[in-house]
Design a protein around this ligand. Structure first.
Ligand code: DGJ
Length: 726
């Protein structure tokens, strides 16, 4: 609900359990007065105290009032260069060379329904409300529109920013953040989700210290190293307790999320496109839209924060028809064959997979052009008929005869120099004139900021997709951007290349969704290098990591779960010893871990033992039986795998709390170990639950006292406890 008190220009946004408030003051400065657990419509401006602070500049409007300084008051969207020395949200370069931003309130608008952003991903919600606040920078003749989407039932507030040049001269945006959030306190922890290829999104938590701290990416992608999702929370906040603020950016390019603890123990969070190599020229009448950011404040701990994001992402970000549909259990041939396959080999794997209940076959890298290894072929999107005679027209029916659907891997943004595409269009790659571009995995990046490049690639790929009944695509992206310069832009607009590249990727994903609306797209970037809300708008699931080891995955999936729901987390069972780290885990455990994601297999099933095949058959049946509970239930983290405790456990609870599934993997086994009880969460204390068809316990007892675990024996064992209310 949006309450606007026009007499005092007070904006109060209520979600089910939170309140967000802003006020335009007597000088038109838009103050941020509150965000936190739900309050009434009280004017919380009274909590802002003014004092004459040393060296704090006063804006001209304040006259001789030395207590009024932009450097000390909480603001909704900070400017720069005019008296606030904390983190800026916006920086404008005017034709005279000045760089600053000074914003004042001019008006507002409340609309029914959630705003959309042209060419950019955004949450939706016909039931939601939109608030638009208009600000202007008078000297620059620039209008800044702050958009707020209030998704009340999800406790979600979205934000976006549009900048319009209303003057007669070009201006340049040097920074345009999506989100600025001021806190009247700084006794908060910052949690970021960091790592590397094969070990993505490991939580890193530390108290805010003086000055600026944060994460970002200058790789042109969200990156394996840092995720565009951060949390600020009270020092003692845990899964079930404490106020926590989660902020996600729906953006798949270079981002920045900075938190600043300032001199009077306030804090500011600013998140948006990374200003590194970013400028955007706005000719008269032109506009720029910054990507959407989404906020959840949980008054009751990190677990509740995650569940709000999960529900909102599933129901208001993932596009139809994929939220309502059951997604297929798949088998992917990458770790089974790498590049070494032909049609018969793939069909051989499928013949084992289909009777086990696996529904979709994914043909990974190596099916096109001269792609017999990862040194050549990228860019040539036609079927290699030496490997696959008769192309997809002949191949796909062979899977359909087995009752399986079929999907393909693509990597549209990339090219190898050894390809027909590169030989014909060497100028289509990102490169700086006079410099040879850096290779990575021996590939170069196509300049997706250019329409003709996107169109060419799209024509080829869509021809393949149209040639047969393809129901799934894995869109991969296996390197970061370097040598960022576009032959399609004049010198003064080169700072737009990074962002135009991302917009180009989104546009092509949009073409795929338009022309092939029933094709499920799985995102991927060398595993989880582009796991963000922007991609999820187009790709309902994302390959979480190239690391398929079940024990490493416990950590990766734990970190991922802070923002992203199970139904988005690509997870497969693969062979042991694991190809990435050599670890041996039981087939049962690998299945339990992979079914905390989209669930599939990535191994040569034709080589597995009868015993393993029987385990797989049971795993697939179990997953399908409990699909709704696992994929759409509420997710609870029961332990932190980074604590090196005896086990890692998590739980799915149905929305009506009548069913739950707890899963546990033993991580450290010792002789003479203690007896442990697994304390469950999210149950109805009043209900009685039968556990695995046997003993009955009350929900209250299971949550307060726990369920008795057997003594652990053997490496990396797993257990699942299915609870059904009587
Ligand atoms: C990286 C992906 O993450 C893998 O799953 C696989 O698709 C390879 N690329 C193929 O080149």
């Amino acid at each position: 609900m949006i309450a606007y008190d026009k007499n005092i220009n007070l904006f109060t946004l209520h979600t089910r359990s939170t309140t967000y408030q802003m006020k335009a003051d007597q000088y038109g400065v838009l103050l941020h007065t509150y965000y936190g657990p739900r309050t009434g419509n009280d004017d919380l401006h009274r909590l802002i105290r003014y004092a004459d602070r040393g060296c704090a500049p006063n804006p001209d409007e304040a006259g001789l009032d030395r207590a009024y300084s932009l450097d000390t008051i909480p603001q909704e969207y900070s400017g720069c260069g005019v008296g606030d020395f904390r983190l800026p949200s916006m920086e404008l370069e005017l034709p005279n060379g000045s760089r600053s931003a000074s914003l004042r309130y001019t008006g507002c608008e409340v609309r029914q329904g959630k705003y959309a952003l042209e060419g950019l991903p955004a949450f939706r919600g016909a039931e939601a409300e939109t608030l638009v606040i208009y600000l202007e920078d008078a000297a620059a003749q620039v209008q800044v529109e702050l958009y707020y989407g209030v998704l009340e039932e999800y406790d979600l507030i979205t934000r976006a920013v549009r900048v319009v040049n209303r003057g007669g001269q070009s201006v340049r945006l040097c920074q345009c953040a999506s989100l600025c959030l001021d806190f009247p306190r700084s006794d908060l922890d910052l949690i970021t989700f960091d790592g590397c290829h094969m070990m993505e999104r490991c939580p890193d938590r530390s108290p805010l210290r003086s000055g600026v701290q944060g994460v970002g990416s200058v790789r042109g992608t969200a990156s394996h190293q840092h995720n565009p999702f951060v949390v600020l929370c009270e020092h003692d906040a845990n899964e079930d307790y404490g106020i926590c603020y989660g902020a996600m950016l729906l953006y798949s390019g270079g981002f920045q999320a900075l938190a600043e603890r300032s001199q009077y123990d306030n804090a500011r969070l600013v998140m948006g496109i990374n200003p590194y190599h970013f400028t955007w020229t706005l000719a008269p009448g032109e506009s720029f839209t910054a990507p959407e950011a989404a906020l959840v404040c949980s008054p009751r701990g990190l677990g509740q924060m995650s569940r709000q994001f999960h529900r909102a992402i599933r129901e208001r970000l993932i596009q139809d028809p994929f939220e309502g549909q059951r997604r297929p259990v798949l088998i992917n041939n990458w770790e089974a064959t790498y590049f070494n396959f032909n049609a018969d080999k793939l069909v051989e794997i499928a013949k084992t997979a289909a009777p086990l209940g696996i529904e979709l076959f994914v043909m990974d890298d190596g099916w096109f052009g001269a792609r017999n290894d990862d040194n050549r072929g990228l860019g040539d999107w036609w079927v290699n008929q030496e490997k696959l005679p008769g192309a997809l027209e002949a191949l796909v029916p062979r899977f359909q005869e087995l009752g399986m659907r079929f999907g393909i891997w693509i990597e549209p943004e990339m090219v190898n120099e050894d390809s027909q595409l590169y030989r014909e269009h060497p100028d289509w790659v990102l490169h700086i004139p006079g410099r040879a571009p850096a290779r990575c995995r021996n590939q170069l990046v196509l300049d997706f900021s250019r329409l003709e490049v996107r169109q060419h690639v799209y024509e080829q790929i869509s021809a393949v997709l149209s040639s047969a009944d393809v129901s799934y695509i894995k869109w991969d992206m296996n390197r970061s951007l370097t040598d960022v310069w576009s032959a399609g832009l004049p010198p003064e607009r080169q700072g737009e290349t990074y962002h135009r590249y991302v917009l180009g990727v989104y546009e092509m994903l949009g073409w795929l969704r338009r022309d092939f609306p029933h094709v499920l797209i799985e995102g991927c970037a060398g595993g989880g290098g582009r796991f963000d809300g922007g991609m999820l708008y187009y790709t309902p699931q994302i390959w979480c990591s190239d690391n398929t080891d079940a024990i490493d995955r416990l950590r990766i999936q734990y970190g991922t779960s802070f923002c992203y729901p199970v139904s988005t987390v690509g997870a497969h069972v693969s062979v042991v010893p694991n190809e990435e780290n050599g670890r041996v885990t039981p087939m049962e455990t690998r299945g339990v871990v992979a079914m905390a994601g989209t669930f599939g297999y990535e191994m040569d099933l034709s080589k597995t033992s009868q015993e393993d095949q029987e385990i797989i058959r049971q795993q697939v049946a179990f997953f399908k039986e409990h699909y709704d509970l696992i994929q759409r239930g509420d997710y609870y983290r029961l332990s932190d795998p980074f604590q090196n405790g005896p086990y890692t456990a998590w739980e799915h609870v149905s929305p009506d709390r009548r069913e739950a599934l707890a899963s546990l993997v033993t991580c450290n086994t010792h002789a003479a170990s203690s007896f442990l009880n697994l304390r469950l969460k999210g149950l109805d204390p009043e209900l009685s639950y039968r556990v695995n068809g046997g003993d009955v316990y009350s929900g209250a007892a299971l949550m307060a006292a726990g369920y008795p675990l057997p003594l652990f024996y053997g490496e990396y064992q797993s257990m699942q406890f299915y609870l059904e209310a009587l």
